[in-house]
Every structure is written in structure tokens, then in C-alpha cells.
Design a protein around this ligand. Structure first.
Ligand code: EAX
Length: 333
């Protein structure tokens, strides 16, 4: 790592770092700057991956590769970030799985309701051959899928009433991600699902929507305890992030750079998954202290019953997608 000997040097470096073409960090070696997009804010699961990746890459390349993180939707919502990655104007992203489903329906198998019984099982499947098949499939849409980090198991919150069983969801206006599957899940549960990009605090606060569903860290980091009275630990969907690069850009990189980036992202993802899981217990406690009324033992069977037919919907009609779903359902039994 370059060490600054004077303020003048540091100030000079700021100017030198501006040109998009990159800076010379050591004689004869042109630095590469990677733009990495995340929709969420610092402290979020996606940002923890991004920051760890940045630190690892910059450390391992001695500063020859710089990662610039664009967080808090500064590049647009997740669909828009993915479009920029497809085109190669943004090199990388840590993107929630949901919005991928408009680009490649295979991602719907990850979000199948009640698929994974716990995080260990999700890791085994996503780090194994099924995960590899999903990452490889994304190349068809212009993404180099590197690995999976995690958002976590999603839970329902709302401002209207306690939800103990699926029947209590009837008529609630629930915000969902830009995903046909997520919309279908909440339709099957009898809610009124409203697709909306992230962030959604204002819409919840103003009552445009009654509720939303996300992992516990979201209720903490986005202060949903201020505007959502009721939470139900439904854990209905395991939500990953897919850590991707632009395929057109990736193909211009030397194999050793690809390997370095792949390994750094993998290390960042493993770090973040462990970190996320470690903090869940504390988050639940904190959310209760903040006044959320939490239903910890809902009637999960009632949710399972209402969503059991989803695998037979058109969502999964593509033969490869259906075959993978069947395989994953069998592997997680
Ligand atoms: O990661 O859009 C969503 O619900 C995501 O889970 C959100 O970006 C938080």
C-alpha cells in the first residue's frame, strides 16, 4: 500500500485519481478503477460485502486496482444498476436476488418459498452445483456471476395488525421487489402485492403501503421499527445477493486479475454471511426494545399451504428452470 508522506502528496493524489482512465500508482503500472453499485446504504448487508471486497482487492493489488463503491442508489435502483452492468458502464454490483428475475428466470429457484430450512442448507446448495448452474446461466444475460452473499431470511412487517397465520395477511398492501415470483407469493397469500424499488421508508410512513418483508438487518438499519408496529418471523424466503461483474468487461481482464477478483469476492461473501448471522439475535432483541410487536411462532404451515402451488405456475415453465427447482426441492427435503 502506498503511504503518504505529505499532505501535498495526498491532495495531489485526489486530483490524479479523478480521471476515469485510472491513475499511475507505481511506475509503469496503470491502475484500474472498478465501479461497484449497491442500492442500499452504508451498514447494509450489501455494503458490508462491497466494503470488504474493496479492502481485500486494494490490499492484495497494492492499490493497483481501486474499487469505488456507489451506494444508496446513487446509480439508480437495482434493475437500473443491473442494466448498467450489462452494458459495461458499471463494472460490478452486489445486487439482491429478487430483481434478477426479470433478467433470468433461473434466479426464482433461490427465492422459492420455504425452500431452505436454515442458512447451512442455503450455503450447501448455493456454494454447490446448483449455485454454480445459476451463476453460469447469468452469462446469458451479460453478467459474470461470481458468488452469493446474503440478505437473509425474509420476515413480514406491517402497520395494521398482528399476523399469526396466512389468513391474517388478507388485503394487506405489501411492497414487493421487482420480481414476478415475489408478486406471485403475496398474491397466493391473499395480500395486495405492490412492486416497488428500494428504498421504501417514505411509502411506509405515508401509508402508500401497509407492509413489507425483509431480513432483520433491514428493520434495524432502515429504522422500520419507527413506522411498522408488527413483525412476524415468517422466514418465507431465503434472500441472497448475487455478486456480479459485467461480462463484457470481465472478458477483457487477464486470468490472474479475474482470479484475484473472484477470490476477493468469495472471501468478502463468506465474511459477510457469517457477520450477518452473528448479529441476528441482537437485532431481534433491539427491535422488540424499540417497541415492535413480534410474532415469533406464527402458523408457518398455513403459509406453506397457500404457497405450495407456486412451482406449477408459468414462472417455472422453462425446462432448465423447472428441472433445477425440482432438483433443489429434493435436495432440501
Ligand atoms: O436489501 O428490495 C429489497 O427488499 C431488498 O431486500 C432491499 O434492497 C434490502
Amino acid at each position: 500500500m502506498k503511504r503518504w508522506t505529505s499532505w501535498a502528496g495526498m491532495i495531489l493524489s485526489i486530483f490524479l485519481a479523478v480521471p476515469a482512465a485510472g491513475v499511475m500508482t507505481s511506475p509503469g503500472v496503470a491502475a484500474t478503477t472498478i465501479k461497484l453499485g449497491v442500492v442500499t446504504q452504508p451498514g447494509s448487508a450489501q455494503n458490508i460485502v462491497a466494503e470488504k471486497f474493496k479492502a481485500l482487492v486494494e490490499e492484495r493489488t497494492g492499490g493497483n486496482v481501486i474499487v469505488k463503491i456507489f451506494h444508496s442508489a446513487s446509480l439508480g435502483n437495482e434493475t437500473e444498476i443491473l442494466q448498467q452492468i450489462q452494458m459495461g458502464t458499471v463494472e460490478m454490483g452486489v445486487i439482491t436476488d429478487g430483481p434478477f428475475d426479470t433478467f433470468d428466470p433461473i434466479v426464482r429457484v433461490v427465492n422459492y418459498p420455504f425452500l431452505f430450512k436454515d442458512s447451512a442448507q442455503a450455503d450447501a446448495v448455493l456454494d454447490g452445483p446448483p449455485g454454480k448452474e445459476i451463476l453460469t446461466s447469468l452469462e446469458g444475460s451479460g453478467f459474470k456471476g461470481l458468488c452469493f452473499s446474503e440478505n437473509g431470511f425474509r420476515n413480514l412487517t406491517n402497520s395494521k395488525r398482528p399476523v399469526k397465520a396466512a389468513g391474517d395477511v388478507a388485503g394487506l398492501k405489501i411492497r414487493v421487489m421487482a420480481s414476478a415470483l415475489h408478486k406471485a407469493i403475496w398474491q397466493a397469500l391473499g395480500a395486495n402485492p405492490t412492486p416497488m424499488p428500494w428504498p421504501i421508508y417514505t411509502e411506509l410512513e405515508q401509508g402508500v403501503i401497509d407492509g413489507q418483508e425483509n431480513p432483520l438487518w433491514v428493520m434495524e438499519v432502515y429504522r422500520f421499527y419507527e413506522i411498522q408496529k408488527y413483525m412476524t418471523l415468517t422466514r418465507h424466503v431465503y434472500s441472497s445477493h448475487i455478486d456480479v461483474a459485467s461480462l463484457v468487461w470481465w472478458n477483457t481482464l487477464k486470468p490472474d486479475t479475474q482470479e484475484l477478483l473472484r477470490t476477493a469476492m468469495r472471501d468478502a461473501a463468506l465474511f459477510q454471511r457469517a457477520d450477518n448471522r452473528l448479529r441476528d439475535e441482537g437485532r431481534l432483541k433491539m427491535l422488540k426494545e424499540k417497541g415492535m410487536q413480534v410474532e415469533e411462532n406464527p402458523d408457518i404451515q398455513s403459509f406453506r399451504d397457500k404457497t405450495a402451488g407456486l412451482k406449477d405456475l408459468d414462472l417455472y415453465r422453462e425446462p432448465q428452470v423447472y428441472a433445477l427447482l425440482v432438483k433443489m426441492l429434493a435436495a432440501t427435503r
